[in-house]
Design a protein around this ligand. Structure first.
Ligand code: CO
Ligand code: CO
Length: 322
């Protein structure tokens, strides 16, 4: 769901305060963090969606990498995963579901975790994902709420999965483009997370459905700062600009534009760059806030990371795109 619809639904819930709940949904974080003993907390998250690539095995890998990512975005280590699947039994051979699950399991194993169970329902449309449980040291947990004025923002994967997946659905993405798309979405955020922890980062999130701007806004609001994004600096996957020029548009980008509109001050940013910073990502990279003196160390550990913006005291708007 779009961020605005989701917020209106969550407003109907009354959270129960509990000192063991270290991170709940008040800070728009990627996963809940629940302390089970001093120095040890559970990280819990769930994510599932309909296929965004044709190959069932690849879809399973993508969905699993995306679900595992929320644990990495909290600085956690995935331990166990439960599969959630909806499948049109009777319409498609069950081997297709087997391939999806095999893909998911392969990714869970790559993360060093175990697939320990799951639940399936019959449904007209395939959907697949994972509920993932991990562990984290509460003192080292990465949250949206700990960005500090002066921090630099780094992004660890290029943007473009929404635009490219749309272009693929239109039958207009070549094999190289498809391969780059799948390769990006099946790259775990494990190394990015470990690099962030190694340099004592405290603030990170993963860039997924709300786009780079939507997730940057979550950091800005949770940390009560202004986040400035330099749109021209944002790295993109190969073929993304070509797909945009060919008319690839997503409904998610429209929703993201509406969501951030009241909170963003746009500089001189052209339509293509706007589309990129609003593009909904699947299994996107980590957006990490770091003190400037830690940037070189982080990039030495995570060479793919690119500086895309910075953090300042809260100005008139929480988000500035220039
Ligand atoms: Co997330
Ligand atoms: Co999620």
């Amino acid at each position: 769901m779009g961020a605005a619809d989701l917020a209106s639904v969550l407003a109907m819930l009354t959270p129960r305060a509990d000192p063991r709940l270290l991170v709940g949904h008040g800070t728009f974080d990627d996963a809940a963090v629940f302390e089970i003993m001093p120095g040890l907390a559970l990280v819990q998250t769930v994510d599932f969606f309909a296929p965004i690539v044709d190959d069932p095995f690849d879809f399973g890998r993508v969905a699993a990498a995306n679900a595992l990512s929320d644990v990495y975005a909290m600085g956690g280590e995935p331990l166990t995963a439960l599969a959630i699947a909806a499948f049109p039994t009777g319409t498609l051979p069950t081997s297709v579901l087997g391939d999806i699950l095999r893909g998911g399991q392969a990714m869970v194993h790559e993360a060093g975790a175990l697939l320990v169970g799951g639940h399936t329902i019959t449904d007209e449309e395939i959907k697949f994902g994972l509920a993932v449980t991990g562990r984290v040291d509460p003192a080292r947990c990465l949250t949206n709420a700990l960005a500090t004025p002066g921090d630099v923002l780094l992004l660890t994967k290029p943007i473009g999965t929404g635009i490219l997946a749309t272009q693929a659905k239109r039958g207009r993405l070549n094999e190289n483009g498809k391969a780059a798309l799948v390769a990006s979405m099946t790259t775990l955020n494990a190394n990015a997370s470990r690099a962030a922890l190694a340099v004592n980062a405290r603030c990170a999130t993963d860039v997924t459905g709300f786009g780079l701007l939507g997730h940057a806004l979550h950091i800005a609001r949770a940390s009560n700062v202004t986040v400035r994004i330099r749109a021209a600096a944002v790295p993109v996957l190969p073929g993304t600009l070509e797909a945009l020029r060919d008319g690839a548009r997503t409904g998610g980008a429209e929703r993201n534009a509406t969501f951030v509109a009241p909170f963003v001050s746009w500089g001189d940013v052209n339509g293509e760059l706007r589309a990129i910073v609003l593009d909904p990502q699947t299994s996107g990279g980590l957006l990490v806030a770091l003190a400037p003196e830690k940037v070189d160390d982080f990039r030495a550990r995570m060479p793919a990371a690119v500086v895309v913006g910075n953090v300042s005291e809260r100005g008139p708007q929480p988000l500035v795109v220039a």
